[in-house]
Design a binder for this molecule. Structure first.
Ligand code: 13P
Ligand code: 13P
Ligand code: MG
Ligand code: MG
Length: 368
């Protein structure tokens, strides 16, 4: 059975501030999905949240970038914005940047990760969702999952993964993309994706079968909107087992709380803390950034699950480490490298400050 898995998300209002999603929003979204499922448009759905981001997880047979599916998600976000406005939630409709739907939610504010594939007899998928960070946050974990044998021993000892994986990398500043092969081109790949604020892994495929292995949302809101609209708070779908890394290999990179951009006002680096879905409540200095993992088995497109993968005790050390790193980073206050470099910040007062004091700058004499 060919199935499309679509994860479409938006922040349409936070509770309280940017720290959490109000249950009424999730309930309204779930209500809106009952009829599309009974009408047969959707095979199945699951509504969840990561921090203040509302997540619609849907299976269907309409393919990727389908106008009807995207419009359904858009309409639900509009509907939930109304609920957010009634409750006075913070930043109601924050991520809805367009006035009306026009064919595809890409570029309109919401984040989208989608993949179409032939469902295997057993199809384990992990859906990662993050809050207070940007799409580049997936680069390091995706590299480790699909290209690093010290993370994924299957690359070494499993024949069906031994030819490696190909990475589709997007340059979100120039709107260009390139395919790079692991393992032969990993040094070239790392030159690009190590600069995670500009180059982002969009998808990954098994090179022997060309089967889709991972797909991320690479919406970079800073480049879509000219004003501050929050970080992307990205999502990423990863297929597992068989010709793909095992579930444990897919989850393993997140035991390392990597530094990502997007904390407080979208303008700070902080550690990405792996947490259970209920614990995705970024509260300390609006953070630290969180990542959750919802695991499903697909069965004829039905979403069996989710299992809340990071609820596991084996992630306790990563959480403690993330808290310790958060303490350390916070002590830098408004200084880099806690604060982002000037051209990466979502907020800045630089123009106003220069307006006020710029005239007081004088040239430094050459001989001084
Ligand atoms: P099982 O033998 O339990 O199926 O596990 C195989 C595997 O790949 C675990 O990483
Ligand atoms: P969100 O992008 O999750 O709304 O967070 C905005 C922010 O910068 C909070 O400090
Ligand atoms: Mg918000
Ligand atoms: Mg958010």
């Amino acid at each position: 059975m060919r199935i499309t898995l679509s994860v479409i998300k938006a922040d349409v209002g936070g509770y309280v501030g940017h720290s959490e999603s109000h249950p009424d929003l999730l309930a309204r979204a779930a209500e809106c999905l009952v009829k599309p499922k009974s009408d047969g448009l959707l095979v199945d759905y699951h509504v969840t949240k990561c921090g203040d981001d509302l997540q619609l997880i849907m299976t269907h047979q309409q393919g990727e970038d389908n106008e009807v599916i995207h419009e359904l998600a858009w309409d639900i976000f509009i509907e939930c914005t109304e609920v957010a406005k009634k409750l006075g939630l913070y930043g109601a409709g924050q991520d809805l940047l367009a006035d009306a739907f026009s064919g595809n939610v890409r570029g309109m504010g919401p984040g989208v990760a989608e993949m179409e594939f032939e469902e295997r007899p057993s199809e384990p998928v992990i859906i990662f969702m993050a809050d207070k960070t940007s799409s580049g946050a997936w680069n390091l974990p995706l590299y480790k999952i699909f290209a690093d044998p010290f993370n994924t021993v299957g690359l070494v000892i499993a024949d069906n993964m031994h030819d490696g994986f190909s990475f589709e990398v997007h340059d979100i500043k120039e709107s260009k993309k390139i395919m790079l092969n692991a393992p032969e081109e990993i040094y070239d790949l790392l030159v690009l994706i190590g600069a995670a604020s500009r180059y982002m892994v969009k998808s990954v495929r098994n090179r022997r079968t060309n089967e889709i292995a991972a797909a991320s949302s690479t919406q970079h809101l800073a480049y879509i909107a000219s004003r501050y609209v929050g970080k992307d708070d990205p999502v990423c779908i990863v297929r597992s087992q068989g010709e793909f890394p095992a579930v444990g290999e897919v989850l393993e990179p997140f035991a390392f709380p990597l530094l990502v951009e997007g904390w407080m006002r979208g303008s700070h680096y902080g550690p990405m803390m792996p947490v259970s879905i209920p614990d995705s409540t970024p509260t300390r200095f609006d953070g630290p950034p969180r990542v959750v993992a919802a695991g499903f088995q697909l069965s004829d497109g039905k979403l069996i699950g989710p299992r809340d993968m990071f609820a596991d005790k084996s992630y306790d050390n990563a959480r403690q480490r993330a808290s310790d790193i958060a303490d350390y980073m916070r002590q830098h206050g408004p200084f880099e490298p806690h604060r982002l470099p000037l051209d990466e910040m979502e907020y800045t007062t630089m123009p106003q400050v220069m307006e006020k004091i710029g005239g007081r700058f004088i040239d430094i004499p050459k001989d001084s």
